[in-house]
Write a protein that binds this ligand. Structure first.
Ligand SMILES: NC(=O)c1ccc[n+]([C@@H]2O[C@H](COP(=O)([O-])OP(=O)(O)OC[C@H]3O[C@@H](n4cnc5c(N)ncnc54)[C@H](O)[C@@H]3O)[C@@H](O)[C@H]2O)c1
Length: 362
């Protein structure tokens, strides 16, 4: 498989995202200096995989020292407590200012490790090595790092671009089918907001080439995040299609009732219904979008889709401003906008339709 490269613009300059296999022997040495201390923050779910052990031994041979920190699997690790524990482990191990941080894992590890890299000793250079679909197509790119609070998801963090991202597709063979499916929600999202061709290819089910799908999603993310790094111009926020309700659901369920991708799938169904009511999105297309979500083996409804339960969480969403909630809605597949001032009764009606499995009404 050839190695593809997408470049991402950030305030710190351009950085590359590599997509392919066998990136370790070819690409990593180009970005990680030899003979420096390395903190390898690794997802517990991948720590024992042979690819990870090979990486660790390679680092041990090449670096002045390697501090390996295991991140317990699951969203609960994106917490202030875990963040503090990792910082203290690095301090206790005597990590110095010439050190580098490697984040090896899914979005949870990447977000947490990125925030550690952004803040430990006021910032150490970071390389993201994503190992899930979500992390490859989304979370490792764009420099958003951070942790959750009990009050809401991603409420604390920093914009901290990595030096490089290495999306080695070999990791994906070890992912459980359920995690793979959850990751496809973010891929569908990319198609829904920015690429009708990608969307059409996914409507049929599993994609034929993950390399192509990952590359296309990285290109979309690179463009939106590159034009709006700090999420101030309403461009990057489009990547949050489906996420307003998803974050609310995740919060209600204590961050471990649904996988992030599953929550996004349900959130996209609600956003599609709301788009019909508020943006003239065609009812037939909303049904097509839900069929595509189902074709990826993902859910399109949930019993907790109730305004009385979700409203507090939704108003704390990071897309909310002092003017209220901003929704990412579709005019058609591939065309999304950030919309404020959507009437509460439309939101309530969309939630009810999706909860009860009814078709979208205009
Ligand atoms: N920073 C961003 O821009 C951004 C964007 C999207 C999502 N996110 C965040 O990403 C997180 C979700 O990421 P995720 O879906 O990758 O979940 P995750 O990090 O929790 O990983 C999912 C599970 O897969 C396991 N795993 C990881 N790689 C594996 C592999 N190769 N083989 C076998 N098991 C493996 C993990 O141990 C975990 O149990 C959320 O916290 C979300 O907020 C951030």
């Amino acid at each position: 498989m050839s190695i593809q490269r997408v470049r991402v613009k950030s305030s710190a300059g351009l950085y590359p995202v590599y997509i392919g296999d066998k990136l370790l022997p070819t690409v990593l040495p180009k970005h990680l200096p030899a003979k420096v201390p390395v903190a390898m923050l690794v997802d517990e779910g991948v720590a024992a995989l042979p690819l990870t052990t090979d990486l660790f031994h390679w680092l041990e041979r090449r670096s002045s020292r390697v501090v390996r920190v295991r991140i317990p699997a699951g969203e609960r690790s994106k917490s202030i407590d875990e963040y503090g524990r990792v910082l203290r482990q690095l301090a206790g191990a005597g990590m110095t200012r010439d050190g580098w941080v490697l984040a090896v894992g899914g979005g949870v590890t990447g977000d947490l490790a990125g925030f550690v890299a952004a803040t430990f000793l006021r910032g150490l250079p970071l390389i993201q090595i994503p190992t899930t679909v979500v992390a490859m197509v989304d979370s490792s790119v764009g420099g958003k790092t951070g942790v959750d609070l009990p009050e809401g998801k991603n409420l604390v963090g920093a914009f901290y671009p990595p030096q490089a991202v290495l999306a080695d597709l070999r990791w994906l063979q070890f992912l459980s089918p359920v995690e793979k499916r959850a990751g496809m929600a973010e891929v569908l999202k990319c198609g829904a907001i920015a690429d009708s061709k990608l969307f059409a290819s996914l409507a049929k089910g599993a994609p034929r080439s993950m390399a192509k799908v990952v590359k296309r999603c990285v290109e979309i993310k690179a463009k939106l995040a590159g034009e709006d790094e700090k999420d101030l111009k309403g461009k990057r926020a489009l990547l949050n299609f489906g996420h307003t309700v998803a974050h609310g659901l995740e919060g209600i369920l204590g961050y471990d009732g649904l996988r992030h991708g599953e929550a996004v799938a349900i959130g996209m169904a609600v956003a599609a219904h709301l788009s019909v009511k508020a943006r003239g999105f065609k009812r037939k297309t909303a049904e097509k979008l839900k069929a595509a979500i189902r074709a990826q083996g993902l859910p399109v409804t949930h019993p907790e889709l109730r305004w009385d339960r979700l409203s507090t969480w939704i108003s704390r969403d990071k897309k909310a401003t002092s003017e209220g909630i901003r929704w990412v809605l579709l005019r058609k597949i591939g065309k999304a906008d950030l919309v404020s001032g959507v009437a509460e009764k439309k939101v309530m009606a969309a939630l009810e339709e999706v909860r009860e499995g009814r078709p979208a009404k205009g």
